[in-house]
Design a protein around this ligand. Structure first.
Ligand code: CDP
Ligand code: MG
Length: 200
C-alpha cells in the first residue's frame, strides 16, 4: 500500500496568488482524487526559497546546463559558460520571484502523487506546456520574455520533481505534526479492492 501514500509538495507561486487563481489551481489537483494533507499561506523568506532549491544535489548544475542549452538554441551566448554559475543566476531570479509576495504551500497525497501533480501542472515553460495543464491553460510566459527581463519564468506552480525531491522539500515547509493524517471517503472508491458498501 506504499504507493497510495506517496506525497508531493506543491506551491502556488506569487503570480498565481496575485491573479486570483488559488481556487482554480486547487480545484485541478483536488478533483484528481489526490488528498490534501497540509496547507499554508504566507510570504516566504529568501532563506527559505534558497533552502528549497539548494536541497537538491546537482540542481544548480542541471538547471544551469538546461539554461545554457536554451541560450545556445537561440544562437545566443549564455551569461556564463560554467553550468553552476548559470544555475546560480537562475536561483537568484527564483529567490526574487518567490519571495515577492504570499504563496500557498501544500502537500498532496495519493497513488503516484508526484507524477499525477506534474502531469496536471504541465511543463516548465507555459508557452510550450500542454493544453489542459495548469501552466498551459492559465498563463503565457516564455523563456524569451523572462530572459529579456532578467527574471524567472512565471509559471504559477512549483511541484516536486520526484519522490526523492518531495521527501527533501516537505520538511522545509512543514513540521511533522502539520501534516494531517485522515481518511477521505473517496479513498474507498479509489483503492478499496472490494468496492463494498455501495449497494443497499
Ligand atoms: O518548476 P520545474 O520543475 O518545471 O522547473 P525547474 O527546472 O526545476 O526550475 C525551477 C523554476 O525555475 C521554474 O519553475 C522556473 O520558474 C524557473 N526557471 C527559470 O526561470 N529559467 C530557467 N531557465 C529554468 C527555470
Ligand atoms: Mg523542478
Amino acid at each position: 500500500m506504499i504507493q497510495q501514500r506517496e506525497r508531493t509538495l506543491v506551491l502556488i507561486k506569487p503570480d498565481g496568488v496575485q491573479r486570483s487563481l488559488i481556487g482554480e489551481i486547487i480545484r485541478r489537483y483536488e478533483r484528481t482524487g489526490l488528498k490534501l494533507a497540509a496547507l499554508k499561506f504566507f510570504i516566504p523568506s529568501e532563506e527559505l526559497i534558497e533552502k528549497q532549491y539548494s536541497s537538491h544535489e546537482g540542481w544548480l548544475e542541471s538547471t544551469g546546463r538546461k539554461s545554457i542549452a536554451a541560450y545556445e538554441k537561440k544562437g545566443l551566448r549564455p551569461p556564463f559558460n560554467d553550468a553552476i554559475q548559470c544555475g546560480k543566476a537562475v536561483l537568484a531570479r527564483l529567490i526574487k520571484y518567490l519571495s515577492s509576495g504570499p504563496v500557498v504551500v501544500m502537500v498532496w497525497e495519493g497513488n503516484q502523487a508526484v507524477g499525477v501533480v506534474r502531469k496536471v501542472t504541465g511543463g516548465t515553460e507555459p508557452l510550450t506546456s500542454d493544453v489542459g495543464t495548469i501552466r498551459g491553460d492559465l498563463t503565457v510566459d516564455s523563456y524569451d520574455l523572462a530572459d529579456s527581463g532578467d527574471r524567472a519564468v512565471r509559471n504559477l506552480i512549483h511541484a516536486s520533481g520526484s519522490p526523492a525531491e518531495a521527501e527533501k522539500e516537505i520538511p522545509i515547509w512543514f513540521k511533522k505534526d502539520e501534516i494531517v493524517k485522515y481518511n477521505i471517503i473517496q479513498e474507498k472508491i479509489l483503492y478499496d479492492v472490494n468496492l463494498d458498501g455501495i449497494k443497499e
